[in-house]
Design a protein. Structure first.
Length: 264
């Protein structure tokens, strides 16, 4: 397994890989190096057939303080072309997380600020400790949450995302739960147990079905269910019904046994 300067990779459970952002001295703020390493780590784990679920965590008291301020200072003094390439790498990393064909779960404690909110929103599921707080804080520094904006908007809706970005207000875990930024809040000492319980649920699902779910849902938008959408869904289910995993899933149910993809 490759070693990283800003990340720690570990096996949380059989079939479950954890990527831990490991810059606790700066509250896991990310810079060019961490962005590149996150992209590489997700690429490697997606390609690993032994990995079913990926957990993204932050070492220490906080999940992620977002962009490293020294990185932002370098960006402020760099050319437009440098900034464009740099932003494209950040956008590519978030897309790598969001488009992973495997379930990705964020384990959030303490502060998630700016890009840290974007990381949580790019994951499929976010579980937070009750001490977690969130702020889309970019406007305080004269910039905007451009790259993370689509992920925050998808998570909480346009009006809430715009309020968070305009006011830069810091919200607690309970409010984050109420708007859908996270899907579960537990006591800090119960955070790992909650993550493990959700991971266990994810491992029950068929890997191929989960890939298909993520591919289909990425194409769906809230709004009218058009003839094109109906055809897309019909084509998808008709194709997936004939797969080996579908046959195994129904056979296992009828035989009252675990499907062969469930860890024993």
């Amino acid at each position: 397994m490759r070693t990283y300067q800003t990340l720690a990779l570990s096996e949380r459970a059989p079939g479950v890989a954890q990527i831990t952002m490991a810059r606790p001295a700066v509250f896991n703020a990310f810079d060019e190096l961490m962005i590149g390493e996150l992209d590489a780590a997700f690429e490697a784990l997606v390609a690993d057939p032994q990995v079913r679920v990926i957990v993204l965590a932050g070492e220490g008291k906080h999940f992620s303080a977002g962009a490293d301020l020294q990185w932002m200072q370098r960006a402020a003094e760099a050319s437009v072309e440098w900034n464009l390439q740099d932003a494209r790498r950040f956008a590519g990393m978030l897309h790598r997380i969001a488009s992973a064909p495997k379930p990705v779960l964020a384990r959030v404690q303490g502060a998630a600020l700016g890009g840290g909110v974007g990381l949580a929103c790019a994951c499929d599921i976010a579980i937070a400790a009750d001490n977690a707080s969130f702020a889309v804080s970019e406007a305080k520094f004269g910039i905007l949450p451009a790259v993370i904006g689509p992920y925050v908007t998808n998570a909480v809706g346009k009006r809430q995302a715009q309020r968070l970005a305009l006011t830069t207000t810091r919200i607690g875990a309970a409010e984050a739960l109420s708007m859908g930024l996270v899907q579960q809040v537990v006591a800090l000492d119960a955070l790992d147990a909650a993550v493990d319980a959700t991971v266990k649920e994810l491992l029950v699902g068929s890997p191929n079905a989960q890939r298909e779910i993520k591919a289909l849902f990425a194409q769906l938008e809230v709004g009218p269910i058009t003839p094109e959408v109906r055809e897309l869904t019909a084509q998808t289910i008709s194709r997936v019904r004939g797969t080996d995993e579908a046959r195994e899933g129904f056979a296992a149910f009828l035989a009252k046994r675990p499907a062969n993809w469930i860890p024993q």
